[in-house]
Design a protein around this ligand. Structure first.
Ligand code: IPD
Ligand code: CA
Ligand code: CA
Length: 293
């Protein structure tokens, strides 16, 4: 069902026409979508909870997702969409699939932390072929095209390899999955002891990109949704990094999974550590993996 929004007084709904089917179209779309964000005061009126008390959604999450979908549909009427705010059907299809997180870091957005992003992955035959992750506050545009590379604005990205001991690790406490809090913190303690330090900024798509551009060396989270990681996964890989679930498996399109991303050596060390950890402590851990949970 299509939603119609009445923008707040004074808001300008920019029109973007996708002419050439190129990367620059996705970049234009996220920049235009970001213009729909308000001057952040007053956002609190529009906050609702979904599922967990920590899982927040605002009218801007919905507005931005609809804007992106409607804009892309003009050029790709047969495209399929998987978005955080509804439309959770990632069918096995030959059509283009766009996976969208309209605001990753919604709680940051609500609290005016200025660490949030818009994330879009474009998939063809189940592979991410183009991706953008845009932080409008810093005007950081991460983007990648399959086999062509990854960039942060005009800077081509190339990950430097390093050991876990020298790595800044983005590690999240999985705020929406309280049933695995003990597990998350137990593994986190082990990981922290073997790394240089931790960060927890609250926007996983952006933080995975930080592991692609050298601000972090690694990102790890025990359970994420496809819209949190698919766009950023191409950015990491095209920057010469590695991304997988904690068992070393390919990231899922239709299901949730864990994510470890960053430079190859530290990534490998985390997989080994995870194997040991699961043998010792984790065998009875059950994580909900359906995207509809
Ligand atoms: C969340 C953020 C957060 C991460 C959660 C995500 P949202 O996404 O990326 O950092 O720890 O797992 O679900 O709800 O802000 O789009
Ligand atoms: Ca979101
Ligand atoms: Ca998210």
């Amino acid at each position: 069902m299509e939603r119609i929004y009445t923008p707040k007084a004074g808001a300008i709904i920019p029109l973007v026409f996708i002419g050439e089917k190129t990367m620059s179209d996705l970049k234009k779309i996220v920049v235009s979508a970001a213009e729909l964000l308000p001057d952040l005061f007053g956002v609190n009126d529009t906050v609702h909870k979904k599922g967990s008390i920590r899982n927040e959604v605002t009218e801007y999450d919905l507005l931005i997702q609809d804007y992106i979908i409607n804009t892309i549909k003009k050029e790709y009427p047969n495209a399929v969409f998987l978005g955080e705010e509804g439309g959770k059907e990632a069918e096995d299809t030959n059509n283009l699939l766009f996976v969208i997180d309209p605001i990753d870091g919604t709680t940051n957005f609500v609290n005016n932390c200025k660490f949030s992003c818009i994330s879009i992955a474009m998939l063809r035959s189940g592979e991410v072929v183009e991706a953008v992750v845009y932080n409008p506050y810093l005007k950081d545009m991460f983007f990648a095209k399959k086999n062509e590379g990854a960039w942060l604005n005009d800077q081509k990205l190339q990950i430097e390899d390093t050991r876990l001991k020298e790595s800044i690790v983005g590690y999240s406490n999985c705020p929406y999955d309280e049933e695995i809090t003990d597990f998350t913190f137990a593994f986190g303690k082990m990981l922290y002891k073997k790394s240089l330090d931790f960060r927890r900024m609250g926007a996983s798509a952006l933080e995975i990109c930080y592991a692609a551009c050298g601000r972090y060396q690694l990102y790890c989270e025990m359970i994420l949704y496809p819209w949190d990681y698919l766009a950023a996964s191409l950015i990491v890989e095209e920057a010469g990094g590695v991304i997988s679930d904690c068992n070393g498996g390919k990231l899922k399109i239709n299901k949730r999974c864990s994510v470890v991303a960053g430079c190859p050596t530290a990534h490998h060390e985390v997989l080994e550590m995870y194997k040991d950890f699961m043998q010792q402590k984790g065998n009875d851990i059950k994580v909900k993996t359906s995207i509809n949970d």
